[in-house]
Design a protein around this ligand. Structure first.
Ligand code: DGT
Ligand code: CA
Ligand code: CA
Ligand code: ZN
Length: 580
């Protein structure tokens, strides 16, 4: 069993309940612990079995108290304190806080005043005009809530790539270690690295379908079996639905191509094949030019490909299309000309220009973050702690004097470090596009990230263009401000923004935090076509977060980015030249 996700979900729920009851500091500690537990490579179950609470407390950001609660969950399946909090506020916290504009404190107010426990309750109260009667709420808030409920409902049906991907990775590793399995690959949206995932698809090549299905059902990661047949099965694992299909090795390539999708990509591929007298399906590519009824069966005509995916693409006259590109955004035409981009890879990324430390809301010191970056393999980092300004709440963020003092500390750390350490900042972009840090301070820093943190609805183009044009701004951080499954963020005329960014030497961030992935891939593609440079930053708030770079890299790949389009694929000298 691996209960990391279950524990993380519960720690987050505890954070929300504590926040709802106005407890200070603890909520953030619980959230940081939740992040660390979720991404920890070793299961809390194994740590507990091998070393009890002490071993669990070795996880970053997990102190004694949280380790004890984690152990309690592993032993009993519940956390007593959470049960008490739930009794005091018996609401569907997750569902309600999924509505944009509703945080834990609002949930508590609405429960206390109107007894709202569920999304349905919330909707009914908003429709009946009851919410505006609660102190602190108005008609405008009420109509916003009503408007945002459908988005929240829809979002809850899909999980974040960052949550689903580790489950898929563990399952693939599990199958790789078994003799009955000749090959195993992810398929579907998880293989295409979509930012949200409906279900996790995994494909196995084997002559022994039933044995593989049995293995799957006995996998320690599986919490329950949803259905199981002779060559396919579905389980629930860490909250994700996982679909397995087993095919014979000779048809693995065709099946992998088919089940990777996307549907639109496959339709375009099949239509191209039909024009060539070929039929493509999950069993292979068939020459049906001499066949009277090509639809007369699944395996009609002469089979010309199917064992590998590359053969399938080759048979229809295409170069191999990386899964990230299979969204029917022009990749078939480009593959026909053998002119697909050479996509950026995780190994091409040489540094990170947006990370936080204990000087703002990070969980590690400058020295710890630098050491972890060096261990991860980075050649340089830029420390970009928050500046005060619009959107910074709870006293997070440094003022101008604080930033200058912090820059001195960062440069001192640079003197002792094996990698290049730049002194930076994450400044706030006001709703008018102004930057929340004095110009003289900006000029004294090596790398200025400017990000919007407030008023993130409506069209943000003017605001973002103004920030991109500011002479001291080097990077526009998480430009739209979207939070996946939570809020859509700004609309933006990406061509106009990209043109301004290109003209003023400002890079557009692909924020690799799996809750953001902002810019998203369509905008990345448009921005690059308009001549902009992008940068893949993790926005790390702890030492474990550098590994999130892969989510940003795949977002870049889905946006057709080559290494030359990505600022942090350059060496330190190249980056410094860009920063000017
Ligand atoms: P998801 O799970 O909603 O994030 O998205 P996918 O793309 O993983 O979709 P899923 O799990 O329903 O199916 C996996 C792949 O299998 C999909 O990308 C294409 C293929 N596929 C499944 N059902 C159909 C179908 O009815 N028609 C076609 N053309 N392809 C299908
Ligand atoms: Ca799927
Ligand atoms: Ca599926
Ligand atoms: Zn930010």
């Amino acid at each position: 069993m691996n209960h990391n996700a279950a524990v993380a979900d519960r720690l987050e729920e505890m954070a929300a309940h504590l926040e709802a009851r106005d407890v200070e500091y603890k909520p953030n500690a619980y959230r940081r612990a939740a992040d660390s537990v979720r991404s920890n490579a070793v299961s809390v179950d194994r740590l507990h079995a091998e070393g009890g609470e002490d071993a669990i407390a070795e996880i970053d950001d997990v102190g004694e108290a949280i380790a004890a609660k984690t152990a309690e969950y592993v032993e009993t399946g519940t956390i007593g304190e959470l049960e008490e909090l739930r009794e005091g506020l018996p609401v569907e916290m997750d569902a309600l806080t999924a509505v944009e504009g509703i945080g834990p404190k609002t949930v508590a107010s609405l429960y206390d005043a109107l007894g709202i426990e569920t999304l349905d309750d919330l909707e009914a109260a908003a429709e009946a005009g009851e919410i505006r009667t609660v102190k602190g709420f108005g008609a405008k808030t009420e109509s916003n809530i009503l408007e945002n409920i459908p988005f929240a409902r829809e979002a809850r049906a899909r999980s974040l790539l960052g949550d689903a991907r580790p489950v898929a990775d563990r399952l693939v590793a599990f199958f790789e270690s078994h003799d009955a399995v000749e090959a195993v690959e992810t398929a579907g949206s998880i293989r295409r690295w979509r930012p949200t995932i409906g279900d996790v698809d995994v494909l196995v090549a084997s002559e022994a379908g039933e044995r593989v299905v049995d293995l799957f059902a006995s996998w320690e990661g599986a919490d329950s079996v949803i259905e199981a047949g002779s060559n396919k099965a579905s389980v629930r694992a860490e909250g994700e639905r996982v679909d397995l299909r087993v095919v014979v090795p000779g048809e693995f390539g065709a099946a992998l191509q088919y089940f990777t999708g996307s549907k639109d990509h496959n339709v375009a591929l099949r239509n191209r094949a039909i024009g060539m007298g070929l039929k493509v399906n999950e069993y292979g590519v068939f020459d049906v030019s001499g066949v009277d009824d090509p639809d007369g069966g699944q395996r009609v005509g002469d089979r010309v490909a199917g064992e590998t995916e590359a053969d399938v693409y080759d048979a229809v006259g295409l170069s191999f299309v990386p899964p990230d590109l299979r969204e029917d955004r022009g990749e078939i035409e480009r593959a026909a000309e053998d002119a697909l981009p050479t996509l950026v890879e995780t190994a091409d990324v040489r540094g990170d220009l947006h990370l936080h430390t204990t000087a703002s809301d990070g969980s590690a010191t400058v020295e710890e973050m630098v050491e972890a970056a060096a261990e991860y393999g980075h050649e340089y980092v830029s420390v970009a702690d928050h500046a005060t300004g619009p959107g910074m709440v709870g006293g997070v963020g440094l003022d101008d004097d604080g930033l200058l003092a912090h820059a001195d500390a960062i440069r001192a750390a640079d003197d002792d470090a094996s990698i290049d350490v730049l002194a930076g900042v994450e400044a706030n972009v006001g709703s008018d596009g102004s930057i929340s840090v004095g110009d003289d301070v900006l000029d004294a820093l090596d790398c200025v990230v400017a990000s919007p943190h407030s008023a993130l609805d409506g069209d943000g183009t003017d605001r973002l263009v103004a920030a991109a044009e500011h002479p001291a701004v080097d990077i526009l951080g998480h430009p739209t401000g979207r939070l996946l499954n939570q809020r859509p963020g700004h609309d933006v005329d990406i061509e106009r923004l990209a043109a301004a960014a290109a003209a003023h030497g400002t890079a557009l961030e692909i924020n690799a935090d799996p809750r953001r992935l902002d810019l998203g891939s369509r905008r990345v593609k448009a921005a690059i076509e308009a001549g902009a440079t992008v940068v893949i930053n993790t926005d790390a708030h702890g030492t474990g977060a550098y590994a999130n770079a892969r989510f940003g890299v795949h977002t870049a790949r889905r946006g057709w980015a080559e290494p030359a389009d990505v600022l942090n694929c350059r060496d330190a000298a190249g980056v410094r030249a860009f920063l000017g």
